[in-house]
Design a protein around this ligand. Structure first.
Ligand SMILES: [Zn+2]
Length: 1038
C-alpha cells in the first residue's frame, strides 16, 4: 500500500536528489547497512579447513596436490611476485541453506583458478570482477554438502606486478593478500534489481535533460526505490515489473543495431611471461565456458592459434569443453593467425606464416579456417596486409587501434581497406573505440554517437569483456545488455558473431568509402626501435629459416635419401611467430619476456645452423668429400634468386680467413678454387687525418670522426654530401615520452638534437685496399656509451658498409645516424612486406608531420628523376626522411616496463648506396637482400669446379622470395614470388628441379581453380601486376 500511496502523491522530483537517492540505494560504499546492495549476500560460512603449499614454479594440478599443505588463514599475504600458492579449501555447506543459491567467494589480489575433481572450473580475479564460483543455484538435499576445492593463486595481478604504475617494471617483492574465502548465500532477486536500477540510473544520467526518456528512467528508478522494502523480498517483483515496463518499450525499425560479442584480449606476453599467459588463457576461457552453460545466447570470439594450442596441451579437459561450445557456434575461433602479431615489422613471409600456421591449426582443430582477420590491438597495419589476407581466405578485418592516433582522427569505422596491390578487405573498427567493453549504457551511446559512417551502415561491433591480461566477460555485462536489447532511446543490442556482423555490413556496403595504403598509427613509433636485440633476432631468424628452407628443398631434389625437416621447421617457425606478438617484437614487454624471446632466437639459431649444415652436406656431398686428385677449394652457396659477385671471407684449413671475390649463380652454388680478380681494386689513401676510399664505382672521403665529407658515384658528376654537412653523422636526442615509455617517441624529441662530437679514437686504416678497404674509429656517445665503427668498401660493391658496435649505457636517450644528401624529392620510399610505400619528406599537413618517425624494412630511398641514394640496414626498423636528411634510428633507452632495455652491447650494419636511375633500375632492392643474406662459404675439396643454379627469374622486377616444401606434401615444392618494382610484368621462372606439374596456389597452398601452368622450354610464364604476390606449387617427379 505504501508504494501506491507514494506514487499517488508524487509531484516534485528534484533531478539531482532523485538521481543520488537511487545511487545510494545501490551503492557498495554508502548505507550498505540499509540499502539494497547490502542485501546481495545472505548468510556466510567459513571453510571447514584452509591449507596451502607454495612454489616458485607453475606446476600441473597432479604435481601440486600431492605436496604437503600447511594451514593458511584469510587475511594472510603470500608471495613474492610470480610465485604460486595452491590452497586446499575444505567446505561444508550448512543444510539449512536448502533451496538457496550458494557461492564460493574468493577474493585476493592475485589471479586464481578454482579446481574441482582435478579439473579447472572457474577463474577468479577481483580486478576482472569475478569473485564467485557458483556451487549450486538451488541447493538440493541430494547434493553433496561437503566438498574439497583447490585454488591455484598466481602472485601477480591481471596486469602483472608493476611497481607504482601499471607499466613500471615489476615489483619483485609484491605480496598478495587473501581477503575472503567463504561460502555465501546469494540473493539472485536482489542482484536482478540492482542491475535494473544501474541501467535505469545510467539512462537517466546519460540520455540527458533534453531527452524525455531520461526522466522516465529516473522516475521509474525512484518509484522502484519507493516500492522496494529491502527487508521484504516479496516487494521485489513489483519493483522489477516497473523496470521491465520501461525496458520493453520498443525502438523503431530503423534503430542502429549493436552486435555484441564476448571478448577477452590476452596479450601472449607483456607485463607477464609466456608461461603465465598459458594460465591466463585457462582462467579466462574456463570462465567463459561456465557463463555459456548458464547463458546459451552468449557468443565469445577468441583469436590466436598459439593460445588454443597452449590450452589444448596443458588443459585437455577444458579444451574438450571448449570444442563442444565451438561446435555449438558459441565459442568462435577468429583471426586466422598464429598470434596477434605486430602489424609493421614482421617480413612478408613471416606474415604469410602467421596466417598459414594459424589457419592450418584452425582447420585441423575446428574443421574450418577463419574468414576474418582479427587484430584489435597492434601498432599500425602494413599496406600489404589486404593482399595477404585475401591470399589466406580472408576478406574481412577488425581492429580499433587507430582510435589511439595522437594527431588525426581516422575518418572511418566501416570502410574498404585497399592495399598496395589493389586488394580490398571490408574493415570494421568497433565505433566504441575499445575491445574491452562492460555492457554499459554509456558505451552503447558512444558506439552510436562516435560512428564515423553514420548513414552508410547501421550495424556495428561491440566487444565486451576484461582484456589485455585476460579476464573476459562477466554475468553482469550480459545482464545489462539483456535489459537493453530493444529499449526505445538506446540502440538495439544483440548477441552476434563476426560472420553475422560482416554479412550485414557487406549487404550495406554500397555507400562505403575506401582507404588506400597503410593504416599508420600516430603513436607508439618508438616500438620500431626499442629492444634492439629482439629486432635483430627477428631479422636474423627470418633469414635463417629462409635459408634452411631453400637449402633443404634443394637437398631433397638432389638427394632422395634426405628428409626435409618439416616438423622441426614448423616448430622453429612457431617460435619465431610467437615472438612477433604485438608486445614482444615491438619491445614493449618486461625483462622476463625479453629473456624468453632471446632464448627462442638462440634455439632457432642453434637448430637452424644444424639443419642448414645437414642440408648443405646432402646437397653437396660429392663436393665436400675429399677424393683422389682433389684440391682445396671453397663451396659458396647463394640462397637468393640472382647471380651475385661479392667479396667473401674464405675459411682456411688453419682456421684463418682470407678474402676472395667470387661469383655464385642464383639459388645455387659454385665451387671456387681460384678467386676472381676485380677489374678495379679498392684504393685507400690517408691525407691529413682524413681517408679517401674508391672502388671504381663509388668514392668516399671520411674525416677523423668517421663523418662522410664526400660521397660520389663515379660515373656521374654528382656529389651526394651537401657543402658544410656531414653524412654518417650520429645524433643523440632526449627521449622522454608522455607516458608509454618503451612505446612512444614524441614529436618534441626532434627539438633536443645533439650531434655526437666526442672522439675517442681517430679514424685509422684497418684494411689497405685491394679486395677490401676499411677504416675504424671510436666515439663517445652521451655520458658513458661508446661507439666503434668499421667502414668497409669492397671491390665491385656499389654501397659503403658501416659495421657498428655500441656499448650502450644511456637513460631516455635516442641515437640515430643521419645522412644529409643533395637529392630533392617530396617523397621517400620505404621497403615494406613484399613491396614498398612512399611517405612525404615534408610536414605540410598534420597527417604528414604525424609521420615524423616511421618504420621500414631492409632499405629506404630518396630519389630524383635519374638519381638517388638508398640507406640499407641489416636489423633496424625505425627511420625518417625529413627534407633531404635520411635518418636511421639505432638505439633507445626506455625504462618501463623493462628498466634494463637495450643496455649493453649492440652490433648492427647499415650501408649507403648512391645510384643512377631509379632505385628499381639501380638494383637497390637486390643489394638490400644481399646485405641481409650473406653468401655461405664452406671448405671443400674437389677435382672439378661445378656451379649449379636451382632457380632463376628472367625479370629483375620479380623477387623469388620463398622456396619450401609444400605443407604435408613431400612430393611438392612451393615457391613464392612478388613483383617488387610496382610494375606490370611477365617473368619466366626457370628451375633445374625435376618438375612434373606446376600450378598457381594461394598463400595457404591450396591450388587455384584453373591455376595449371604450362611447362615450357623457358620455364614457367608468370604474369604480375604491381606488388602482386604469386605462389606456385611445383610437383616433382621422383
Ligand atoms: Zn594487446
Amino acid at each position: 500500500m505504501g508504494g501506491v500511496a507514494a506514487a499517488a502523491m508524487a509531484a516534485l522530483k528534484h533531478r539531482r536528489t532523485a538521481l543520488e537517492r537511487v545511487e545510494k540505494f545501490i551503492s557498495e560504499t554508502y548505507f550498505t547497512d540499509c540499502n539494497l546492495q547490502g542485501r546481495l549476500f545472505g548468510e556466510r560460512c567459513p571453510p571447514a579447513k584452509l591449507s596451502y603449499f607454495q612454489t616458485p614454479r607453475r606446476i600441473p594440478y597432479d604435481e601440486a596436490v600431492v605436496e604437503e599443505f600447511r594451514p593458511a588463514e584469510v587475511g594472510e599475504s603470500f608471495g613474492p611476485t610470480w610465485e604460486t600458492c595452491w590452497f586446499k579449501v575444505e567446505l561444508s555447506i550448512p543444510p539449512a541453506w536448502a533451496g538457496r543459491e550458494v557461492h564460493f567467494v574468493w577474493e585476493s589480489d592475485g589471479e586464481s583458478m578454482v579446481w574441482r575433481d582435478a579439473q579447472p572450473v572457474q577463474g577468479l580475479t577481483k580486478e576482472g570482477e569475478k569473485t564467485s564460483y557458483i556451487l549450486t543455484s538451488s541447493l538440493k538435499e541430494s547434493e553433496p554438502h561437503s566438498l574439497t576445492l583447490y585454488v591455484e593463486l598466481a602472485c601477480n595481478g591481471l596486469f602483472g606486478a608493476g611497481k607504482g604504475s601499471m607499466i613500471a617494471p615489476p615489483d619483485p617483492d609484491r605480496r598478495v593478500t587473501l581477503n575472503k574465502a567463504e561460502l555465501v548465500v546469494f540473493n539472485r532477486d536482489v542482484y536482478e534489481l540492482l542491475v535494473d536500477l544501474e541501467v535505469l540510473l545510467d539512462m537517466a544520467k546519460l540520455l540527458g535533460e533534453e531527452n524525455q526518456r531520461s526522466f522516465q528512467a529516473l522516475y521509474t528508478a525512484n518509484q522502484m526505490v519507493n516500492v522496494c522494502d529491502v527487508t521484504d523480498p516479496s516487494t521485489f517483483p513489483t519493483a522489477h515489473d516497473l523496470a521491465v515496463a520501461i525496458f520493453s518499450q520498443r525502438n523503431g525499425e530503423s534503430q542502429h543495431t549493436i552486435h555484441a560479442m564476448g571478448h577477452c584480449h590476452i596479450d601472449s606476453a607483456w607485463l607477464w611471461p609466456y608461461e603465465e599467459t598459458i594460465r591466463k588463457c585457462a582462467r579466462s576461457w574456463v570462465t567463459v565456458v561456465r557463463l555459456m552453460e548458464r547463458n546459451p545466447e552468449l557468443t565469445f570470439v577468441c583469436s590466436q592459434a598459439q593460445q588454443f594450442e597452449w590450452v589444448r596441451s596443458w588443459y585437455p579437459g577444458l579444451y574438450m569443453q571448449i570444442l563442444d561450445f565451438v561446435a555449438k557456434g558459441q565459442f568462435i575461433p577468429v583471426g586466422g593467425t598464429w598470434v596477434e602479431m605486430d602489424g609493421n615489422l614482421p617480413s612478408g613471409e613471416s606474415m604469410v606464416r602467421q596466417f598459414l600456421q594459424g589457419q592450418k591449426f584452425f582447420q585441423e582443430q575446428f574443421g574450418r579456417i577463419c574468414s576474418e582477420f582479427w587484430l584489435p590491438d597492434t601498432f599500425g597495419y602494413s599496406a600489404q596486409l589486404p593482399q595477404l589476407m585475401r591470399g589466406c581466405g580472408i576478406q574481412r578485418f577488425l581492429t580499433q587501434k587507430l582510435s589511439w592516433n595522437l594527431v588525426n582522427a581516422f575518418p572511418h569505422h566501416t570502410f574498404f581497406w585497399e592495399g598496395i596491390d589493389g586488394s580490398r578487405v571490408l574493415t570494421h573498427f568497433p565505433p566504441g573505440d575499445s575491445y574491452g567493453m562492460r555492457g554499459l549504457v554509456e558505451e552503447m551511446l558512444k558506439t552510436v554517437k562516435n560512428n564515423k559512417d553514420k548513414g552508410r551502415v547501421n550495424h556495428s561491433a561491440f566487444l565486451f569483456g576484461f582484456g589485455d591480461g585476460g579476464g573476459g566477460p562477466t554475468q553482469k555485462m550480459l545482464d545489462r545488455m539483456k535489459r537493453m536489447s530493444d529499449t526505445d532511446g538506446l540502440p538495439r543490442v544483440q548477441m552476434s558473431t563476426p560472420n553475422q556482423l560482416f554479412s550485414v555490413l557487406e549487404k550495406e556496403s554500397s555507400q562505403l568509402c575506401t582507404w588506400v595504403g597503410e593504416l599508420f598509427l600516430e603513436l607508439h613509433n618508438g616500438t620500431y626501435t626499442t629492444q634492439a636485440q629482439i629486432k635483430k633476432g627477428n631479422r636474423e631468424c627470418e633469414r635463417i629459416l629462409h635459408d634452411v628452407e631453400v637449402l633443404s628443398t634443394l637437398a631433397v631434389a638432389q638427394d632422395s635419401v634426405f628428409q626435409y625437416p618439416a616438423s622441426q621447421l614448423q616448430r622453429l617457425w612457431r617460435l619465431l611467430l610467437l615472438n612477433q606478438f604485438h608486445d614482444v617484437l615491438p619491445g614493449s614487454c618486461i625483462q622476463l619476456v625479453v629473456e624468453d624471446a632471446l632464448q627462442y632466437y638462440t634455439e632457432i639459431r642453434r637448430t637452424g645452423a644444424r639443419l642448414q649444415e645437414e642440408a648443405v652436406q646432402s646437397l653437396c656431398r660429392d663436393l665436400l668429400q675429399p677424393k683422389a686428385g682433389s684440391t682445396k677449394s671453397t663451396l659458396v652457396l647463394n640462397t637468393l634468386p640472382w647471380e651475385r659477385t661479392e667479396v667473401i671471407s674464405r675459411p682456411e684449413p688453419d682456421g684463418t680467413e682470407t678474402l676472395a671475390l667470387v661469383t655464385v649463380p642464383s639459388m645455387g652454388y659454385a665451387l671456387v678454387r681460384e678467386p676472381l680478380l676485380p677489374s678495379q681494386p679498392v684504393s685507400v689513401m690517408k691525407q691529413d687525418g682524413s681517408v679517401t676510399m674508391e672502388n671504381g664505382v663509388i668514392a668516399v672521403c671520411l674525416d677523423m670522426m668517421g663523418h662522410l665529407t664526400s660521397l660520389r658515384l663515379l660515373d656521374s658528376e654528382r656529389e651526394l654530401v651537401p657543402d658544410g654537412c656531414y653524412a654518417n653523422q650520429f645524433a643523440l636526442f632526449d627521449d622522454v615520452p608522455l607516458y608509454w615509455d618503451a612505446w612512444d617517441v614524441m614529436d618534441y624529441h626532434l627539438e633536443t638534437r645533439k650531434p655526437v662530437t666526442t672522439l675517442l679514437k681517430p679514424l685509422e686504416i684497418t684494411l689497405a685496399g685491394g679486395l677490401r678497404g676499411s677504416v675504424r674509429f671510436s666515439l663517445q656517445v652521451g655520458k658513458s656509451s661508446t661507439l666503434t665503427q668499421e667502414i668497409i668498401l669492397d671491390a665491385t660493391c656499389p654501397y659503403l658498409r658501416f659495421l657498428t658496435q655500441v656499448e650502450w649505457k644511456e637513460a631516455h636517450k635516442f641515437l640515430k645516424v643521419e645522412f644529409p644528401v643533395q637529392v630533392r624529392s617530396t617523397n621517400a620510399t620505404y621497403e615494406i612486406q613484399f613491396g614498398h610505400v612512399q611517405r612525404p619528406t615534408h610536414w605540410n599537413t598534420s597527417w604528414d608531420w604525424a609521420q615524423f618517425e616511421v618504420w621500414v624494412h631492409k632499405w629506404m630511398d630518396l630519389s630524383e628523376h635519374g638519381f638517388g641514394v638508398a640507406l640499407l640496414n641489416d636489423c633496424k626498423y625505425g627511420a625518417s626522411a625529413h627534407r633531404n636528411v635520411l635518418s636511421l634510428s639505432l638505439l633507445r633507452a626506455p625504462k618501463s616496463p623493462d628498466s634494463t632495455a637495450d643496455i649493453g652491447h649492440h652490433q648492427f650494419t647499415y650501408a649507403v648506396m648512391p645510384h643512377r636511375g631509379s632505385f628499381q633500375e639501380a638494383g637497390v632492392i637486390q643489394r638490400a637482400y644481399n646485405l641481409n643474406f650473406p653468401l655461405h662459404a664452406v671448405p671443400a675439396s674437389s677435382a672439378q669446379c661445378p656451379s649449379w643454379s636451382a632457380f632463376s627469374v628472367s625479370s629483375p622486377a620479380v623477387v623469388l622470395e620463398t622456396v619450401k616444401q609444400a605443407e604435408d606434401r613431400p612430393d611438392a615444392v612451393v615457391v613464392r614470388l612478388y613483383e617488387a618494382y610496382g610494375s606490370t610484368v611477365t617473368a619466366w621462372l626457370q628451375t633445374s628441379l625435376p618438375v612434373k606439374e606446376a600450378m598457381l596456389c594461394d598463400l595457404l597452398e591450396r591450388p587455384a581453380a584453373e591455376g595449371c601452368l604450362l611447362l615450357g622450354q623457358q620455364g614457367l610464364r608468370l604474369s604480375f601486376t604491381p606488388f602482386c604476390v604469386l605462389s606456385v606449387l611445383l610437383v616433382l617427379s621422383q
